[in-house]
Design a protein around this ligand. Structure first.
Ligand SMILES: O=CC(=O)O
Length: 313
């Protein structure tokens, strides 16, 4: 029996790769010596693209697959997929929401704590023996502070639930107020940033949200403010962020996402007021297994004619 052909844009763990290879004919675009030649050869036979959130599927790849019917994303964010091409051609799109929400929120809160309490620097302080000569610098209290959440979707809510345990006052910004007792809705991101100590960016990225955290938001957060980004780099104006961190207009940042990642702007490496994380908010064994299962369930359901477990379009 001829197997359905799938273009694979990035690596998956072995526990997903093995069943995918058994059920489908997978073409590894990311490993091809000449990706354009691979696309020209297999594109006409490809019926699905399996991709990672950070890689997506651009217009050129989609255009090279005239019989493409499904794009299955391993991740919740699908901003790197050309949505208008999918809509125009009636191509289905699936992602992996819900299963990663808790881990992403956990890491966001951990990043806030790590940055505010100087946990990474303090580890170096102990290892270097500096502790035997002097006392570690004082850090900053987290509990009872004011937190802002930009984007009150699933992940924003999960962050809010965790921050309640730190007795933090919570304000948020979104397109409209949501039902979240005890939290204050502030529509304008600049006004939100003015009233908080820590600003979490938990917004699904799109063309409309590009650079929504700009120089004005960063200045409003101010020299004592902390920015935590666990969404997408595109939501933050990165040149403005670097300038604000270098000048001290913004106090500190904790970032899991970067323009051009994993090759991040080297200016970040020279800053001691930023915590750098390798886009791994969902990267626990448990969640990555659940994400892989959900992506495969979507692919299997599509080709078996069953309803899609997590369809975007
Ligand atoms: O960034 C990760 C995701 O979109 O799931």
């Amino acid at each position: 029996m001829t197997r359905i052909e799938i273009l694979q844009m990035g690596p998956f763990p072995e526990w997903d790769q093995t069943p995918l290879d058994a059920a489908y004919r997978m073409h590894r675009y990311f490993e091809a010596a000449d990706p354009a030649a691979l696309l020209a050869e297999v594109g006409p036979r490809v019926q699905a693209i399996a991709t990672r959130g950070s890689i997506g599927a651009g217009a050129d790849v989609i255009a090279a697959c005239p019989d493409l019917r499904l794009v299955a994303v391993y991740g919740v964010g699908y901003d790197a997929v050309d949505l208008s091409a999918c809509r125009d051609r009636g191509i289905r799109l699936t992602n992996t929401p819900d299963v990663l929400t808790g881990d992403v929120a956990d890491l966001g809160v951990a990043m806030m704590l790590a940055q505010a309490r100087g946990i990474v620097a303090a580890d170096g302080f102990v290892r270097s023996g500096e502790w035997t000569r002097t006392a570690a610098p004082l850090t900053r209290r987290v509990h009872g502070g004011r937190a802002g959440i930009l984007g009150m979707g699933r992940i924003g809510r999960a962050v809010a639930e965790r921050l309640a345990g730190f007795q933090m006052q919570i304000a948020y910004s979104d397109l409209a107020p949501v039902d979240l007792p005890g939290a204050t809705f502030i529509a304008d991101p600049v006004d939100l940033a003015k009233t908080v100590d820590v600003l979490f960016v938990t917004l699904a990225a799109s063309a409309a949200t590009r650079g929504i955290v700009g120089a004005d938001v960063l200045a409003a957060l101010g020299p004592d403010g902390l920015l935590v980004n666990i969404s997408r780099a595109s939501n933050v104006d990165e040149p403005a962020l670097l300038a604000a961190l270098e000048s001290g207009t913004l106090g500190a940042a904790a970032l899991d996402v970067f323009d051009g990642e994993p090759r991040i702007d080297p200016r970040f490496l020279a800053l001691d007021n930023v915590l750098l994380q390798p886009h791994h908010a969902s990267a626990t064994h448990q969640t990555r297994r659940d994400m892989g299962q959900l992506m495969r369930d979507n692919i299997d359901a599509f080709f078996a004619g069953r309803p899609l477990p997590s369809m975007v379009i």
